[in-house]
Design a protein around this ligand. Structure first.
Ligand code: SF4
Length: 345
């Protein structure tokens, strides 16, 4: 049994079914697991002090293994970890130290089915979805095995999170639970290539489970072009959910109505999507949405934009009244930048 797959309430149910115990022990187990990163020492947790036998049975029954670290690559402070899962397959996660807080970029799938032309992961195709426990295990590796403090989570690693939404949301529930790692939902970003069906499903979830406050999660849309023909060439997903439809999906989400809820990622590719017309299309697309822009230079190759190209596009977006940040290309030399993850064997 992979204990990392379970929400706190589900652990309570399992405690009742297996050991005849209730919420007190379920919550105690969840809290110990995510405060210590292990089941070791459970007998010393206040919930189990009077019941060391039970702690021992749980440790035997629910032993779990973190994924094996195959290798780490560093560029400055940025660290990319390749993890191998006990049930098969590998994925990457990237730890990015920032001023005053650290960000961890997680994978939601092994490979990806969406085929974006600029993306290395796309070349793998989809191998499989990750289970929630495997997503949580990426955090456990960095937090407990390596002792790294994490404030922000971004689902910008391998995979399209909205193609694996149930498991991603389950992982978010586990990571944000106040008795566990207690990461704030507003510090968690789900990144999408514009998967309309998943965005609709997510909107439904927000309405159906208001107590979970999923509207506070951030959404980052990898846009890269606001012209259907151009975008479809770069991102085949655009043929399924063209820009008009993507915009309708976004308009239905509360994230597009509040500050810091919705971001557009725009990888600037010299000679492809960096003209004045591209900027105007982009500005028009953002009409009616509350959002911010992250501008990212393409890494490597002849279409890499120069500093001047970046500055010019940045200026056009700001002059159009939109907040825009040019993201530093942290991690570019280890291929840990947005859309650049892929397992190399
Ligand atoms: S950019 Fe994202 S959605 Fe597109 S192929 Fe790569 S991992 Fe998949």
């Amino acid at each position: 049994m992979d204990i990392l797959n379970y929400r706190s309430t589900e652990l309570t149910t399992l405690m009742a079914e297996r050991y005849g115990k209730g919420q007190w022990h379920g919550e105690g187990l969840f809290s110990h697991l995510y405060k210590e990163g292990s089941l070791k020492g459970l007998e010393r947790h206040e919930t189990f002090l009077a019941n060391a036998d039970l702690a021992g049975r749980i440790q035997d029954d629910w032993a779990f293994e973190l994924p094996q670290l195959v290798r780490e690559q560093k560029e400055g402070d940025t660290i990319k970890a390749l993890l191998n899962y006990p049930s098969g397959g590998s994925s990457e996660s990237v730890f990015i130290p920032m001023h005053g807080h650290n960000t961890l970029c997680l994978s939601s799938q092994v490979g990806c089915a969406r085929g974006c032309t600029f993306c290395r992961t796309a070349k793998m195709g989809l191998v499989r979805n990750l289970k929630a426990g495997e997503i949580v295990a990426q955090v456990m590796h960095h937090r407990f095995r390596e002792g790294r403090e994490i404030r922000n989570i971004v689902f910008m690693g391998m995979g399209e999170p909205f193609d694996n939404l149930d498991e991603v949301i389950r992982a978010v529930d586990i990571l944000s639970h106040p008795h566990g790692l207690a990461l704030l939902k507003r510090h968690i970003s789900l990144s999408t290539c514009g998967q309309g069906e998943g965005l609709e499903q997510f909107g439904k979830l927000i309405r159906e489970r208001p107590e979970e406050a999923y509207q506070t999660l951030r959404i980052a849309v990898s846009l890269n072009a606001a012209d259907n023909e151009k975008r479809s060439k770069m991102m085949p997903v655009n043929r399924l959910w063209p820009l008009e439809q993507l915009k309708l999906c976004l308009q239905k989400l509360p994230q597009s109505k509040r500050k810091d809820g919705l971001y557009f990622e725009y990888v600037l590719i010299k000679g492809v999507n960096d003209s004045r017309e591209d900027a105007d299309n982009f500005l028009r697309f953002m009409d009616g949405l509350v959002c911010k822009v992250n501008l990212i230079p393409l890494h490597g190759g002849e279409n890499t934009p120069a500093r001047d190209d970046m500055d010019r596009f940045h200026r056009w977006i700001r002059e159009g009244g939109r907040e825009c940040r040019t993201r530093k290309s942290k991690g570019k030399d280890i291929l840990a930048a947005c859309g650049q993850l892929a397992v190399e064997t």
